[in-house]
Design a protein around this ligand. Structure first.
Ligand code: ADP
Length: 259
């Protein structure tokens, strides 16, 4: 058949792709997709060949955040040609479903779709493929970790207690599945008032660093709440594609990730 057969034995890699890094979170809305798109762009700016796979079935944001529209095509009816934006090869599960339509797929359908995206997309040679996971610890995350040879996972959280609580569950899942945790990223860690320079810790302070410490994994970065980040994401040109302090933040994280 044309679909990849269920893999026997251990987790498998994808030919041509050197590293596959999953980006997860416990809760939704903490900035996992924002971080994924910006890291992808930062890595591409550093000359890396980067792919970004949006596997967030419940809220695929990458078409919007990366500014890619249209549908990927297939010349041979089997292999899918991905789209490209800001130097990044992009594929989204959002391309396969209609916008404004609820996705009511069962686990096996989701996994079929994800396996297709991994196996049938013409990624080409990549230094790194980032996978923007759905939030939480569901079927997709579980099966992906078990079937695909991941280099590791990154967990994004805000410092807020409810976010951290869920982030711990995600971290626990990765540890149970023996997926190495490459590090944590604290998003929305502080707000610098543009008028008076005052710092507010709107979602709390220090929780993600403490968690990283406890687990003995690196805190890869702490990103402020930033208007440009939000505007840039909405406009389809991630803030990392521009010059400025946010681009520097992302560039520093990207360097730690793949050097
Ligand atoms: P998730 O993927 O975790 O659901 P998103 O990346 O979609 O979260 O982010 C949720 C919202 O928060 C988006 O509107 C995004 O633009 C915004 N956002 C994310 N990170 C930041 C930040 N550091 N500063 C300001 N807004 C942010």
């Amino acid at each position: 058949g044309r679909h990849p057969t269920p893999q026997q034995g251990g987790p498998q890699g994808v030919p041509g792709i050197k590293r596959i890094i999953a980006i997860g979170s416990g809760k939704g809305g903490v900035g996992k997709s924002t971080v994924s798109s910006n890291l992808a762009v930062a890595l591409a700016k550093q000359g890396k060949k980067v792919g970004l796979l949006d596997a967030d079935i419940y809220g695929p944001s990458q078409p919007r955040m990366m500014g890619v529209s249209g549908k990927p095509t297939s010349k041979d009816g089997e292999n899918i040609d991905p789209l490209t934006a800001h130097g990044v090869t992009v594929m989204s599960i959002g391309f396969m479903v209609e916008e404004d339509k609820a996705v009511i797929w069962r686990g096996p359908m989701l996994m079929g779709a994800l396996q297709q995206l991994l196996g049938q997309v013409k990624w080409g040679e990549l230094d790194v493929l980032l996978i923007d996971l759905p939030p939480g610890t569901g079927d997709i995350q579980l099966t992906l970790c078990q079937r695909t040879n991941l280099t590791g996972a990154i967990v994004v959280s805000t410092p807020q207690d409810v976010a951290l609580l869920d982030a711990r569950k995600a971290l626990d899942m990765f540890s149970t599945l023996k997926t190495p945790v490459l590090g944590l990223i604290e998003n929305m860690s502080v707000f610098h008032c543009p008028n008076c320079g005052h710092e507010s810790h709107i979602f709390g302070h220090g929780g993600v660093a403490a968690e990283a410490d406890k687990l003995g994994v690196p805190l890869l970065g702490a990103l402020p709440i930033d208007l440009d980040t939000r505007l840039a994401g909405d406009s389809g040109t991630p803030v990392a594609a521009k010059e400025g302090p946010m681009a520097d933040h992302y560039s520093a994280i990207a360097k730690r990730l793949v050097d």
